[in-house]
Design a binder for this molecule. Structure first.
Ligand code: MEV
Length: 422
């Protein structure tokens, strides 16, 4: 039974019944059931309406990064992440940037792209002309789907047509939609579906997919900061960071890790505020691959010899709608973050990504990251080995000194400490 995952009607059960079924199937203890089903600040009933087949709420540590000054405004940054050092590194990057006035940031208009795939066209070129000659009526039709956007001068703004493929060429229509402060996925998808019959009629082709693109190239955010040379090991420190950056520029293997570090920060804020971090991840890496996969940040030295860092990335993020407002924790996280528009949210995220990246390459170009990581790792092991609060630091120190950071060594050290304390 244990290996049979074809549980018919699982979705129809209450959360309590799903849990008792799992208990029976997997022989889970009462304590295990209690752990998996606890839901914190949100009721399990509400969670059950957010996704399907709910049995509980996953827990991820929530921290706050400090020292952020962006366009002259102070920010505390909520971050949800399981990885040690990320919040500390992010705060450190912001602390150094703060010495020279913090970050400056900017976001473009919130224009999302919806894609409509049209096939079986005798002449895609002719179809493009027909579509563009009907541009105004197509946009008007799309805008029937949102009074709010329309009334605010936003909504569907333009069309772009792209012919792709060599054999069996297809026509891809991009519907460009100003979604204001929403992430925009729902309205863009709705508009694409709504105008499809009209596009079919105009072109005589066959419509297949109608879905937004996560490469939201028109909706970008920027941040930059000066990192004073005195704070980062003088000219030599600046040179090393520039060498690290050049490594990412020249090498895709390194660029992937470099960009992962950036997204450590960006994703953590998105998760804390319950935004679609996968959409942003997808967009960021697709954007980084334009013209050959490269770093999302750039660094140079200014005439003072200080390091100047900047970042540019597509950020399809909203402050309205979606699941953000369902979670009481995400609501408080949003209050902590205190951003008033999607554009502001975008450049704050960009600044977080830059701070994160600066700190990572600074550490890598100097002492390396393992020293700090291993200490945190040792602390986790000391705690799970059962060290009482009073002995955690000493067990960590001994473990690090011995070079053997393992549960068995933690237990051995702990036992000998407890023995000599008796
Ligand atoms: C680890 O999660 C992130 C880093 O590897 C990023 C980087 O190498 O730049 C430290």
């Amino acid at each position: 039974m244990k290996n049979n995952s074809a549980v018919s009607g699982f979705h129809k059960l209450s959360t309590a019944d799903r849990l008792s079924l799992l208990r029976d199937l997997l022989n889970l203890s009462e304590e295990e059931i209690k752990h998996i089903s606890s839901s914190g600040a949100i009721s399990l009933d509400k969670v059950d309406r957010l996704i399907e087949n709910v049995i509980g709420v996953a827990e991820i540590p929530l921290g706050v990064a400090t020292y952020f000054l962006i366009n002259g405004k102070d920010y505390l940054i909520p971050m949800a992440i399981e990885e040690a050092s990320v919040v500390a590194a992010c705060s450190n990057g912001a602390k150094v940037a703060r010495l020279s006035g913090g970050f400056t940031g900017y976001s473009t208009n919130p224009i999302m792209i919806g894609q409509i795939q049209i096939l079986d066209l005798d002449s895609p070129e002719d179809a493009v002309i027909r579509i563009m000659r009907n541009r105004d009526i197509i946009l008007r039709t799309a805008n029937e789907k949102s009074k709010t956007l329309r009334d605010n001068g936003a909504g569907a703004k333009d069309l772009e047509c792209r012919i792709i493929g060599s054999e069996n060429r297809m026509l891809i229509v991009h519907l460009l939609v100003d979604v204001m402060d929403a992430m925009g996925a729902n309205i863009v998808n709705t508009m694409c579906e709504h105008i499809s019959p009209m596009l079919q009629e105009i072109t005589g082709g066959r419509i297949n997919l109608r879905i937004l693109s996560n490469l939201s190239i028109h909706r970008r955010s920027y941040a930059s900061a000066v990192f004073k040379k005195e704070a980062i090991g003088g000219e030599n420190g600046v040179d090393r960071i520039l060498e690290a950056y050049r490594f990412a520029e020249l090498d895709m293997y390194r660029a992937a890790t470099h960009n992962k570090g950036i997204m450590n920060g960006v994703d953590a804020v998105l998760l804390a505020t319950m935004n679609d971090w996968r959409a942003v991840e997808a967009g960021a890496h697709a954007f980084a691959s334009i013209g050959g996969y490269h770093s999302l940040t750039k660094y140079s030295m200014n005439s003072n010899g200080d390091l100047v860092g900047s970042i540019e990335l597509p950020l399809a993020v909203g402050i309205l709608g979606g699941s953000t407002s369902v979670s009481p924790k995400a609501t408080v996280a949003k209050k902590i973050l205190d951003v008033k528009s999607a554009g502001e949210f975008g450049y704050v995220l960009a600044a977080v990504g830059l701070a994160q990246n600066f700190s990572a390459i600074r550490a890598l170009a100097n002492e390396g990251i393992q020293k700090g990581h291993m200490k945190l790792h040792a602390r986790n092991i000391a705690i799970s080995a059962g060290s009482p609060d009073s002995l955690i630091e000493s067990v960590v120190e001994e473990m690090v000194k011995s070079g053997d950071i393992s549960p068995s060594n933690a237990k051995r050290i702990l036992a000998s400490m407890e023995k000599s304390n008796k």
